[in-house]
Design a protein. Structure first.
Length: 253
């Protein structure tokens, strides 16, 4: 059985850090997107309740839903009190998922003490979130303990709480290896960052990595509902967003 993901396509607001939140919401809606992940660094700062209220209003007026709160909280580095502030901000935005980072060091050679510290912090964050009806998801990224698919799954198992993870194609990884990683993580993935980089961090139109993204979307459609969030569009240019959205919708059709 497959899931129709067309109602779950969206945008990471950090894609357009230079634009006001009102403009970001407008551009996303105009491109036919349905959801948005608001970033805590620029558009939805956690200590600014008036701004959060305005962002929530603009999201609703634009016909969008806030699917997640993109935080930069790092487990084992930042304190519990700062995470509690994030839960208040997520509630103010009207979302139930907070994206966090698994520390600030890669998994290769990570000490037992580091792993224990990050795991404990994630377990605490998950408990705080759950008490407020929220969930926690890991950023899948280099420079963290969730930097490869096996390591992300290992970390989720070690935490032992109902955390989920994001997925995105690792930089420079061939299509087959990236897809193998997604298969391994698939039942734990709640959102996918959708972008087209190759080689390295060279930004391409989404359609130029069709051989990666078509099978990735087929996998996502067989899993639990997953948000598909466009990010890193070429040139940080809002004018290309309708094209990227149309490509994604065409593949999902």
């Amino acid at each position: 059985m497959t899931t129709d993901l067309r109602d779950r396509i969206g945008l990471c607001s950090v894609t357009f850090r230079a634009l006001a939140a009102r403009r970001v919401a407008h551009e996303a809606a105009a491109a036919g997107l349905r959801v948005v992940e608001w970033g805590a660094d620029v558009h939805a700062p956690p200590h600014s309740p008036d701004v959060l209220h305005e962002v929530r209003e603009q999201t609703a007026v634009s016909g969008l839903t806030t699917c997640s709160y993109g935080s930069y909280w790092r487990a084992g580095v930042d304190d519990t009190e700062s995470f509690e502030v994030l839960t208040e901000a997520a509630a103010a935005l009207g979302t139930t998922r907070i994206r966090v980072w698994a520390g600030a060091e890669g998994s290769a050679g990570a000490s037992g003490a580091l792993r224990s510290r990050v795991t404990g912090a994630l377990r605490d964050a998950a408990a705080i979130a759950a008490a407020r009806g929220l969930s926690v998801a890991l950023e899948f990224h280099s420079g963290t303990l969730a930097d490869t698919a096996p390591e992300a799954v290992r970390l989720l198992d070690d935490v032992g709480d109902p955390l989920s993870t994001y997925w995105q194609p690792p930089v420079g990884e061939p299509d087959d290896r990236a897809l193998d990683g997604l298969r391994l993580m698939l039942d734990r993935v709640s959102a996918i960052h959708v972008f087209s980089w190759w080689p390295g961090q060279t930004r391409l139109p989404l359609y130029e990595r069709e051989r990666l993204w078509r099978p990735a979307l087929e996998l996502a459609a067989r899993a639990a509902p997953v948000d598909l969030l466009l990010e890193f569009v070429p040139g940080d240019d809002p004018a290309v967003l309708p094209r990227e959205s149309a490509t994604l919708l065409r593949w999902l059709a």
